[in-house]
Design a protein around this ligand. Structure first.
Ligand code: G3P
Length: 217
């Protein structure tokens, strides 16, 4: 399972990278705005800064909602750095854009996916990644993990190569359950990744080992 961090915060990206288990970064317009990155020039520079910190794929989202605009923006984003993956919303023009970028050999991440049907369409259009938003489904009394399970089933039925990128991951158990269900990738906050470390018996056991070692010396 690949681990992506879902943020535009450079310090958090550096910290996740320093753990040695980071495979990429996802961003979106809201995450960029949260870091105060505004204006096209600053946004493009920020993507390059992120690419220079991590080794893996970095998702950069288009703002246009028409095919022509998505192609123009996506091509410019892809030219920024070889690690850039163009993030395209799951709308009709987006499906056409996914196919365009597939034919052009440019990696894509189809975002704002909330149903198996949308995920099927993204795979048919040749998306590199599909991003089901599990946390936002949970927020709406719908089990986000069930969507991961169902997309896995459909993709395996037809050996689609599109990778399931569990997105809108909010906490550590989302990560663990996505791994159980066979999501190819998860993207979440640093806290969800670092939560995997925690177990009180590890802390108690280590304290005991160190105390016993001290007694014997
Ligand atoms: O990866 C998608 C993500 O950025 C959305 O997360 O927590 O805003 O639902 P959230």
């Amino acid at each position: 399972m690949k681990f992506f961090i879902d943020t535009a915060n450079l310090d958090q990206i550096r910290e996740a990278q320093s753990l040695g288990v980071l495979d990429g970064v996802t961003t979106n317009p809201s995450l960029m705005a949260k870091e105060g990155i505004i204006g096209e020039k600053n946004i493009l520079k920020h993507y390059v800064d992120i690419c220079n910190i991590v080794d893996g794929d970095v998702s950069a989202e288009v703002i246009a909602v028409d095919l022509k605009g998505m192609i123009k923006e996506g091509e410019a984003l892809a030219k920024l750095h070889p690690q850039i993956v163009v993030k395209i919303p799951m709308i009709e023009e987006g499906v056409k854009a996914l196919k365009y970028f597939y034919d052009a050999g440019i990696k894509t991440n189809c975002t704002l996916v909330f149903s198996v049907g949308q995920a099927l369409l993204a795979a048919k259009a040749g998306a590199t990644y599909v991003s089901p938003f599990i946390g936002r489904l949970d927020d709406n009394s719908t089990d986000g993990l069930t969507l991961i399970e169902e997309i896995r089933l459909v993709y395996d039925n037809y050996a689609f190569e599109t990778e399931i990128l569990a997105a809108s991951v909010r906490h550590t158990m989302h990560v663990v359950n996505c791994a159980k269900l066979g999501a190819d990738v998860m993207t979440g906050p640093l806290s969800a990744i670092k939560g995997l470390l925690k177990h009180p018996l590890t802390d108690i056991g280590l304290a005991q080992f160190l105390a016993d070692h001290k007694k014997g010396n």
